[in-house]
Design a protein around this ligand. Sequence first.
Ligand SMILES: O=P(O)(O)OC[C@H]1O[C@](O)(COP(=O)(O)O)[C@@H](O)[C@@H]1O
Ligand SMILES: [Mg+2]
Ligand SMILES: [Mg+2]
Length: 365
Amino acid sequence: MPLSSRSTLTQYLIAQRRRFPGASGDLNALILDVSLACKAIARTVAFGELADGLGAAVNAAVGGETNVQGEVQKPLDVLSNEVFLRRNEWSGTLAGMASEEMEEPSQIPAAHPRGKYLLVFDPLDGSSNIDVNVSVGSIFSILRAPQDVIDSGRDVVEADFLQPGASQVAAGYALYGPTTMFMLSVGNGVAGFTLNPNLGEFMLTHPDVRVPADTHEFAINASNSRFWEPPVKRYVDECLAGKTGPRGRDFNMRWIASMVAEAHRILMRGGVFMYPRDMKDPSKPGRLRLLYEANPIGFLMEQAGGRASTGRQPMLGVKPSALHQRIGLVFGSKNEVERIERYHHEPVTREAPAPLFQERSLFRD
Ligand SMILES: O=P(O)(O)OC[C@H]1O[C@](O)(COP(=O)(O)O)[C@@H](O)[C@@H]1O
Ligand SMILES: [Mg+2]
Ligand SMILES: [Mg+2]
């Protein structure tokens, strides 16, 4: 059956599975469970201050609790994490899960069947935006469990998850915006689905998402400019110089403070996003997390013809060293990301800085 805008996520997955005649269907079952978790979170997010049990405290800190990142947990962070765990632990497709909100990997309870995949997620990205009613989302990455985990059915440990982004079997996110969307790649391009609230179904509305190679839109938290490394300063200064600078054209800037929403804008119309490594806190080589933010978004970008990088090397080639590892992240339109990488590899010469870098930078120290 050919796919159309009336196709559901299930129908799309069935069509994808035909590429692998021997496939068990476990991956499809897992993705459908993830999409169900996202629907449940979408409902809660949509109720806002009215959400049951959350009430006016919807965005207050949970009794001052912090997660493993040392960041304040909101009730919706905790609730979304629970929804992901509960929705996915029964499917029989998973060997284990890991999340931004849990220090250690989560085991599939002994009474439940275990499977061959690992699920890693940021249950709510951009949660500081909840109280101002700005888009948030859930990001997920699916890896194959190491063979000995599959064979023995043993408990998972951190090392099982430390696989480069190129090993992802599938990745995606749900965006809880004016409409709820589910963006997915199973390694065969990127497809986008819009939640039909009447049917409660994700419908295929964006069958083949492509990121334009060029853009005149960039996104970065400019309040960190004094901590940026020279290649990032140079790139931003050149964008800001617009028509009068070396780029010879004007750029627009965006910052939503919700990475998943920025990624969505870039998938839809191009752009470049940067949360680069900087000198703000030497103990943190970047703000965003490799396994459940940078890698899944990087996978989608690359699958849509864009590029994802640390600034120095392709993101998907990085071998992770820790479950909650942070990393500098640059992604979006291919030609711009490649330019930023080039700036990182060019030697910084004090005598010949980028034209506007020292004299006319709007973001000078
Ligand atoms: O506070 P800043 O510097 O604007 O950072 C915003 C960034 O933090 C994040 O919200 C981090 O994600 P979480 O909300 O999952 O912790 C990103 O989505 C976003 O890009
Ligand atoms: Mg996040
Ligand atoms: Mg989060």
